[in-house]
Design a protein around this ligand. Structure first.
Ligand SMILES: Cc1cc2nc3c(=O)[nH]c(=O)nc-3n(C[C@H](O)[C@H](O)[C@H](O)COP(=O)(O)OP(=O)(O)OC[C@H]3O[C@@H](n4cnc5c(N)ncnc54)[C@H](O)[C@@H]3O)c2cc1C
Length: 426
């Protein structure tokens, strides 16, 4: 019994089986709770602590790694949603932690603002996305956590913890990408940009043609995304749009599906009826029009200059040793930042991602890809499959020790750790 005179289960919620989006992570949760207010979230942490239980938070479960699973209390951020405030003078928005990215675009647009960047999908929560270093693409565009200037947490003592760029930039650099280890994120305040439209252009290129042009394309366009498709069937595994006949090549396999996004003031009519081109509000164009089907994914950050060679090496690996791996290989770029556990920490980056079928074991392929990533100091995306343990993480993340020290300071009892995170960050 807790001091409210009720058994913990009635306050902390029922037990249940939780699964992530792709169902590769399954966990028997001790208590499942859906707080609606900051006070309820803080009370949950306090009661969990009294009962010796750990606490994890789930956004929309779009991560592939065991970073949500817990047998303690699983807090869903589903009711901690909405725009708290737009500060037009500073160009800032404060979003409640569980707000999905797809739910903010129209309201921000109506107020004359936009998020600077988004990823391939917009179904994630803002807290889930920033916590794993989720990114879009663009040489000069940081990951989604980059523009954050403040965060509010339910901390390990059940009290509100506020971290801001103005008062404590160091802690904010630790907290932005912290995989749920600093507490329940109640709100995130971030810099906006004035609302803008994007011109979306897709076409097909042979691999060598793509690689010859890649650096120039990345420098000249706001955002470049490439999917190398080893076979004729690869594109359909990600529901990529049909680009046959767009671009110089007429090949159907070993081709790259190319996409550029650029800011435009032209009206959508200027590309109406033009195959492969689209103009629209940024929030609608970023995620594309087709939801990505269920799949597994491993993605690493490598130094920008090494990106093309790594891309070539992965293609060779598929063609020589793993011809059964036919999912598209994705290539994007991300600007450097100062976030301690960010894969892009002080390093302009190329992101290379290798996917596999949902439910399929493709670890042998991932191991071989990791050997290629390791040669150039590759750092994993925290939400995507990888095999790295504490030692290697400490080697490749220059601020790892600082991060662990700050985590311990804010959560000395490890209230917000699960077994996977304890092994790597306790
Ligand atoms: C189809 C698909 C497409 C994707 N596209 C991209 C892409 O384009 N770019 C990219 O970089 N990544 C991409 N990802 C990865 C995805 O963006 C990340 O895994 C992201 O973390 C998922 O957000 P979520 O809301 O589902 O969070 P979850 O997976 O539920 O949680 C992620 C982490 O955040 C923590 N967390 C969530 N909410 C809170 C909170 N309120 N307080 C404290 N901690 C919290 C969780 O505990 C967990 O550690 C994609 C994933 C899928 C499945």
């Amino acid at each position: 019994m807790n001091e409210l005179g009720k058994p913990p289960s009635s306050v902390l919620g029922p037990s249940l089986i939780w699964r992530n989006w792709v169902s590769n992570q399954v966990s028997r949760v001790g208590h499942f709770a859906m707080p609606s207010t900051d006070e309820e979230a803080c009370a949950l942490v306090e009661i969990a602590a009294r009962n010796g239980l750990t606490v994890r938070v789930v956004g929309t479960g779009h991560s592939y790694t065991p970073i949500v699973a817990t047998d303690g209390v699983l807090v869903s951020a589903e009711r901690l949603t909405g725009i708290e405030a737009i500060d037009a003078e500073r160009g800032h928005v404060t979003l409640r932690g569980g707000t999905r990215i797809c739910d903010v675009g129209p309201a921000l647009r109506a107020a004359g603002w936009a998020l600077p960047n988004q990823g391939d999908i917009d179904l994630q929560t803002i807290s889930g996305a920033i916590s794993t270093g989720t990114h879009g693409s663009g040489d000069n565009i940081q990951c989604l956590a980059g523009p954050i200037v403040g965060m509010r947490f339910a901390g390990s003592d059940g009290q509100i913890l506020e971290v801001s760029d103005e008062k404590d930039p160091e802690t904010l650099h630790a907290a932005k990408v912290s995989v749920g280890m600093f507490g329940i994120i109640l709100s995130v305040t971030m810099k906006l940009v004035p609302a803008f439209d994007l011109h979306d252009k897709i076409w097909r290129a042979d691999f060598d043609e793509c690689l010859d042009e890649l650096d120039g394309l990345c420098r000249q366009n706001r955002s470049v995304r490439v999917f190398w498709c080893p076979t004729e069937h690869s594109a359909s595994l990600f529901s990529l749009p049909d680009t046959l006949g767009l671009g110089r090549t007429r090949n159907v396999s070993d081709v790259c599906e190319m996409r550029t996004l650029n800011v435009t003031t032209a009206s959508a009519d200027t590309v109406a009826g033009k195959r492969g081109e689209l103009i629209g509000p940024s929030y609608r164009i970023f995620p594309g029009s087709i939801p990505m089907p269920n799949h597994n994914e491993c993605e690493y950050s490598v130094p920008y200059e090494d990106g093309p060679d790594v891309f070539r090496a992965i293609r060779k690996l598929v063609q020589t040793k793993h011809p059964d791996q036919i999912f598209p290989v994705e290539y994007r770029t991300v600007a450097a930042d100062d976030i301690w556990m960010s894969p892009y920490y002080q390093r302009k980056t190329a992101m290379v991602s290798v996917a596999g079928g949902a439910g399929e074991d493709y670890w042998n392929f991932i191991h071989d890809c990791e050997a290629i990533f390791a040669e150039v100091g590759g750092r994993p995306h925290w939400g995507k499959l990888h095999t790295l343990g504490r030692e290697r993480i400490a080697e490749i993340y220059p601020r790892y020790q600082d991060f662990v020290a700050r985590r311990r300071q804010f959560d000395p009892e490890g209230r917000f750790l699960n077994a996977y995170l304890r092994e790597r960050f306790s």
